[in-house]
Design a binder for this molecule. Structure first.
Ligand SMILES: NC(=O)c1ccc[n+]([C@@H]2O[C@H](COP(=O)([O-])OP(=O)(O)OC[C@H]3O[C@@H](n4cnc5c(N)ncnc54)[C@H](O)[C@@H]3O)[C@@H](O)[C@H]2O)c1
Length: 402
């Protein structure tokens, strides 16, 4: 990793001219690595962003990569990419590619992102950053170095781009709930609730990294940081409900150990002094995309749940006590950028639209119009929290995360 960073210095020195050209041009070449769940989501976003956000630079879908040749060819054709490859370094060597989406499994992110930054490409990488805090740190160092030459990074924390969440941030800033005094967050899904679900590489720390913390809780932390501020310390506990799982294709009943956590919970303290509680489970039956937050203020409260992603609940302690209650705010064109997708209030945006908003934000950052969030530096703070939770649970004591 250190050698990679040293190479980055010399390669970035030679990039000023190319960069000037890139920032003044009106189109940008896109490369995509990985074509699974997130790969298709990024491909859809790159293909639609210009139609929805007319002021962004026009993406040209240049090259797509997947480990499987047939998959790569079919996906390139389906999403309209000009070229495809099974070797991700072909994207780095391709001068037509200016920005790269990385949507491969977590363990591959660090090498791909660092080398792409060294090659002078902007990088939009899925979360979490890697498997360890060292990975996040190396990626951040590479991004900081690249940023001195105008190269941008972004992490796939889509939920912060929801018009409802953007509105929640505005309500908090405008004092709608008074002084924020507490944060509660819960992120639960049931994709590993079945104990008979076969063992996969995701259960192994060396290949998958953290469990529910890396998969789900990092999204919750992104919302906490976006709405309330950076988390400074955590006191946590973690648990694994299903410690063994049947090995896939085993006819003799062999089992594999589950090395990472199914569930995690922590008492948290923000840098600002505000207290909070967070919890996460990947084995919570019935929960499909529960990402629920409560922001408690001294004059009210805001509540949001991703399973009802087009609604905010707002309580304000004003007026006649007998008529007080939570107001349900349905997203509408007044909640930017909802109106880019639909002119009618309450008709709802979906998960894929969040990725399109994210793509627009990244293109604006690349063209120097607006700063984006979270980039690798912001993402490293999120990683410190999720790894801090894991570390605190091991040590049984508070861990500083800021
Ligand atoms: N932001 C979100 O809401 C969200 C949701 C799900 C997953 N993710 C993240 O997205 C990433 C991918 O997850 P997924 O669910 O899409 O996984 P997936 O298994 O569906 O897709 C992974 C893809 O990477 C490809 N791949 C693997 N090794 C490769 C290599 N060496 N070169 C090229 N391609 C390679 C696979 O063939 C596959 O197409 C993970 O980091 C995950 O945490 C984010």
């Amino acid at each position: 990793m250190t050698k990679l960073l040293e190479q980055a210095h010399s390669r970035l020195e030679n990039m000023s001219l190319a960069l000037f050209k890139e920032q003044t041009m009106d189109s940008i070449g896109v490369g995509l690595i990985g074509t699974g769940y997130m790969g298709k989501c990024h491909a859809t976003a790159w293909g639609s962003v210009k139609a929805r956000f007319s002021s962004v630079i026009t993406p040209r879908l240049e090259m797509l990569c997947d480990a499987d040749d047939t998959v790569a060819r079919n996906c390139a054709q389906a999403f309209g990419f000009t070229n495809h490859s099974t070797n991700w370094r072909d994207l780095l060597d391709n001068p037509a590619v200016d920005v790269i989406s990385i949507t491969t499994p977590n363990g591959l992110h660090p090498e791909m992102a660092i080398e792409a930054l060294q090659a002078g490409k902007h990088v939009w990488c899925e979360k979490p950053m890697g498997l360890t805090l060292d990975h996040a740190s190396s990626m951040t160092t590479a991004a900081q170095l690249a940023a001195t030459k105008g190269i941008q990074t972004q992490l796939g924390y889509n939920y912060v781009h929801n018009p409802a969440i953007i509105h929640a941030q505005k309500l908090i800033k405008d004092g709608a709930i008074g002084r924020v005094i507490h944060f509660r967050g819960q992120v639960d899904e049931d994709y590993m609730a079945d104990p008979l679900l076969p063992w996969t590489w995701r259960c192994k720390i060396e290949d998958g990294g953290l469990g529910t913390l890396g998969d789900l809780a990092c999204h919750l932390v992104s919302l906490a940081h976006y709405l309330v501020g950076d988390i400074a310390k955590v006191l946590a506990d973690i648990d694994t409900a299903h410690k063994e799982r049947p090995l896939p294709d085993s006819t003799t009943g062999e089992i594999g150990a589950v090395e990472n956590e199914d569930m995690a919970q922590a008492v948290i303290r923000f840098k600002s002094g505000i207290s909070g509680l967070i919890s996460s489970s990947r084995v919570a039956w019935g929960r499909k995309s529960m990402l629920r937050i409560e922001i408690h203020g001294d004059k009210g409260m805001i509540v949001f749940d991703q399973e009802r992603m087009n609604e905010l609940e707002l309580f304000q302690a004003t007026g006649d006590r007998s008529t007080r209650g939570f107001t349900r705010i349905l997203t509408s064109p007044e909640h930017l950028p909802y109106g880019e997708f639909c002119p009618a209030a309450g008709h709802q945006v979906g998960f894929n639209e969040l990725k399109i908003i994210e793509a627009a934000q990244f293109l604006d950052a690349i063209s120097g119009k607006k700063a984006n969030w979270p980039n690798f530096e912001d993402g490293q703070k999120i990683e410190r929290v999720i790894h801090g939770v894991s570390e605190s649970a091991k040590r049984g004591s508070w861990i500083e995360t800021n």
